[in-house]
Every structure is written in structure tokens, then in C-alpha cells.
Design a protein around this ligand. Structure first.
Ligand code: PMP
Length: 444
């Protein structure tokens, strides 16, 4: 336990092995990985083709420092990634995780603005709730007080606008006026801060851990793009969780056909095989920064041959097995299943998401949207019960008066119908046990 840095009432089992959508602990108990870890293991565990590609690379070299050597696998992965990225974004800067990818976008944006004589632009507007990583730069743009508060004095906290949680505000998410309403908050914030001081706006195309798979209302993403362009503000899409196909498109923002200036990607990019991430940037931004002397940034392990070889194999598996199409199809089925549970369990107040980035939120009252009492610790308790039932799901409580206990149900993109039904049945049993514990819902 010497590597445990937090208090826990329910210690987790010891992992023995994992394959496909399943994980086994050291007692032999099997679990469905219903959240792909933290939405990471998108192509499932122990994929033989990825393991073979990693072994082949290991036999040649595992590390070549990026300033000493170019490597074949990093060149290949950069080309594959650029081919998937929106037009005009062909420059790929490798890192080893999501926070590093986000930090890279912030620093690239800042250096770019310096190249055209705009040094007063430094503010990065973001949303609350929102999560962009745990390093100090990423925390400064993170809207999640439990993780940011202790470090406030150490960083330059950046301006925030509310995430477009139409379901809590009683607005119709399908009405473009709703998207406009929330996007206008960005314009108002830019004007309040002074447009000449605003460097960038960062947004998760589909919300992740902090909002629980929040899908933006109609028109929101497009209007945000227009506003950023109008005020010369760079648009960063944080696709750390959405990138790689989980939402039913390779990049989450493809659902709205909008193109950002900078993208961060990680989790499903390395698929849990290796620590891997990237910043993907507009060509002219990178050329300007190189022209001004180069990007003053970089991590030692970035772009190492082993990570990039695994990344190539992960992308190949996604394409060969049409896992993005499967995520879209299975996502629809999962949504139906969760909506079915919502009909039977009144404590489910909302079901939302895209593809296999799906979530449900527990509430005391789905009409008033009142959260469950904090003391219930629903986010932790239901997860523990699900463990007992051989199911792993991912939960967060981000209420603080505004959002409740939400649970991400995000199995690997290889999941099939029978496995989804099994997952839903385990969740059903877990919800039944949990509901029986709460007097308000058990009728006790
Ligand atoms: N951005 C988003 C949208 C994320 O979901 C996460 C991880 N939950 C991060 C950034 C940070 O990634 P990492 O934990 O790999 O540093």
C-alpha cells in the first residue's frame, strides 16, 4: 500500500489479468470493465495485434530521445494522426498523457500570439464544471473546486463560464436558441475580460469526468467557433477523453462539423497500452512558432518509439474492426438500456452522452433536479455495489449545489450486444440493491 496517496474505506482488488472487456482480480473474480478504466482502454485489454506490435518494437528499441533521433514509429503515428485530424491541422506533438497534452496546447497558443505581437493575450477561458488535468497550468483552467482549491494561491486562475447544462437549467437542448444562450456567455466573458487580453477558449466537445458526458446543446459548438474567430481567440478542443472514436466519430467535435485551432488527445489514443497523448495543431500556428525560434516545451519521454508503435497499432485496430461504427451502434443500444433503467428507477434523474461515452445522474427528485444528500455518498456507494456484482463503472460527484452524482458507463468499443446486456443486468441489480438502502426510494 506504499503507493496509495488517499484514504479509502473500500480498498480495491488486486488486478491479476485483463482481456477484452474483462478484468480478473487475484482471487479469480471477473469484472466487466464498464468504464474502460478512466475511459482509456477503448479497444479492450490485451489486444494481440497491439501486443505483437509492442514486442516487435521492443526488440528494436524502446527509447530514442526525440532530440537525438527521429524514429520510424513516431513518424508513422504522426502521419496517421494528421490524416484523421481536421483539415489544416497536420502537426502532431507527442506527449505521455492528457495533462501534458493540454499544457502543450496552452503554451503553443501563448507562443503563437507572441509571434504576431500580441503579448497582452494570456487569458484562457474555460468552463465550470470542466476538467483539463492536474498539472498547475491545466488546473488553472479546470472548473472543479475539490481538485483546484488547495492550489489556488499557486496559480493564475483563469476566467470561467458555465458549462451548457441545459437539463439542469430547464432548457431544451435541441433548440438552437439554447446553444446560442450558452455560447453568448463566452462572448460576454471575452468582452468583460477585454478581448485584447484573451488568448484562447478550451472546451471538451462532450464533457468528461466533471460533467458526466455532457452533450452540448444544438448550435453551441458552431457558435463558439464563430465567437472565437470574431475576437481572434484560439479555440482549443480538449479531446483527451472524446478523441479516438468513443463518441462514434474519431474526434467528438466531428458531430458538429467544427474545426478548432488546437486539439489535445490522450486516453484512447494509447488505449491503455502505453502512456501516450498528443497536441494536434494548425500548420500555420506551428510554422509561426518554429519561425520565431521554436516551441519552448517538451517532455523527456515524449514520442518514444515504444509508445508510438503501440499507438499506431491501436489506430490500426480501430480502423480494421470499425470500432468507431461499433461505438455508435452500441452507444445507441446502451442509451436505450439506460433509459429503460431510468423508467424503473426514479432516482435516475438524467441519461446523457454520445456513442459509448454515456452517463446517468442520480437525483433525489428528477423534476426539481435536487441532488441526493451529500452524506449518502451515492457516487461511492453505488460503485462499491457494482464491484460486488462484477461491474466497474466510473463516478464523480460535482454538485457543490449545481450537479450531482453521475456515473460514466463507457465499456470498451469492442463490446457486443450480449456483453452490453450482461453489463446492463449487473447495473440493474446494483441499482436495485442501492435503492433498497435509501429510505426515500425503498418506501421504508
Ligand atoms: N482533459 C480531459 C478532458 C480529461 O478527461 C483528462 C483526464 N480525465 C485530462 C485532460 C487529464 O488527463 P491525464 O489524467 O492523462 O493527465
Amino acid at each position: 500500500m506504499s503507493n496509495l496517496f488517499y484514504q479509502t474505506k473500500s480498498p480495491r482488488p488486486m488486478l491479476d489479468r485483463a482481456e477484452g472487456i474483462y478484468m480478473w482480480d487475484s482471487t479469480g473474480k471477473r469484472y466487466i470493465d464498464g468504464s474502460s478504466g478512466a475511459m482509456v482502454s477503448n479497444i479492450g485489454h490485451s489486444n494481440p495485434a497491439v501486443l505483437a506490435a509492442m514486442r516487435a518494437q521492443m526488440d528494436r528499441s524502446t527509447f530514442g530521445y526525440r532530440l537525438h533521433f527521429q524514429t520510424e514509429s513516431s513518424e508513422r503515428l504522426a502521419a496517421k494522426t494528421a490524416a484523421l485530424a481536421p483539415e489544416g491541422l497536420n502537426r502532431v506533438f507527442f506527449v505521455s498523457g492528457g495533462s501534458e497534452a493540454v499544457e502543450s496546447t496552452l503554451k503553443m497558443a501563448r507562443q503563437y500570439t507572441l509571434t504576431h505581437g500580441d503579448p497582452q493575450r494570456f487569458k484562457v477561458i474555460s468552463r465550470y464544471p470542466g476538467y483539463h488535468g492536474c498539472t498547475l497550468g491545466a488546473l488553472a483552467i479546470t472548473g472543479y473546486a475539490p481538485m483546484t482549491a488547495p492550489f489556488d494561491p499557486m496559480m493564475q486562475r483563469m476566467p470561467k463560464i458555465p458549462a451548457p447544462r441545459a437539463y439542469l437549467d430547464g432548457l431544451d437542448a435541441d433548440d438552437p436558441a439554447t446553444g446560442g444562450h450558452y455560447a453568448d456567455m463566452l462572448e460576454a466573458k471575452i468582452l468583460e475580460e477585454g478581448p485584447e487580453t484573451v488568448l484562447a477558449f478550451i472546451v471538451e466537445p462532450v464533457g468528461g469526468a466533471s460533467t458526466g458526458a455532457l452533450v452540448p446543446p444544438a448550435g453551441y459548438m458552431q457558435r463558439v467557433r464563430e465567437i472565437c474567430t470574431q475576437y481572434g481567440v484560439l479555440l482549443i478542443h480538449d479531446e483527451v477523453m472524446t478523441g479516438g472514436g468513443r463518441t462514434g466519430r474519431f474526434f467528438g467535435a466531428e458531430h458538429w462539423d467544427v474545426s478548432p485551432d488546437l486539439i489535445s488527445i490522450s486516453k484512447g489514443f494509447g488505449g491503455g497500452y502505453v502512456p501516450l497523448g498528443a497536441m494536434i495543431a494548425r500548420d500555420d500556428i506551428v510554422e509561426a512558432v518554429i519561425g520565431s525560434g521554436g516551441f519552448i516545451h517538451g517532455f523527456t519521454y515524449a514520442g518514444n518509439p515504444l509508445a508510438c508503435a503501440a499507438g499506431c497499432a491501436v489506430l490500426d485496430q480501430i480502423a480494421e474492426h470499425d470500432l468507431i461504427g461499433n461505438a455508435a451502434r452500441m452507444g445507441d443500444r446502451l442509451r436505450d438500456r439506460l433509459r429503460g433503467l431510468m423508467q424503473r428507477y426514479p432516482l435516475i434523474g438524467d441519461v446523457r452522452g454520445k456513442g459509448l461515452l454515456m452517463a446517468f445522474e442520480l437525483m433525489a427528485d428528477r423534476h426539481t433536479k435536487a441532488p441526493l444528500p451529500t452524506e449518502l455518498n451515492a457516487h461511492a456507494r453505488l460503485v462499491d455495489i457494482a464491484y460486488e456484482n462484477g461491474l466497474i463503472i466510473y463516478s464523480r460527484r460535482t454538485r457543490g449545489g449545481t450537479s450531482g452524482d453521475h456515473f460514466l458507463v463507457c465499456p470498451p468499443m469492442i463490446v457486443d450486444e450480449a456483453q452490453l446486456d450482461d453489463l446492463t443486468e449487473r447495473l440493474d441489480r446494483s441499482l436495485a440493491s442501492y435503492m433498497a438502502e435509501i429510505p426515500q426510494f425503498s418506501g421504508a
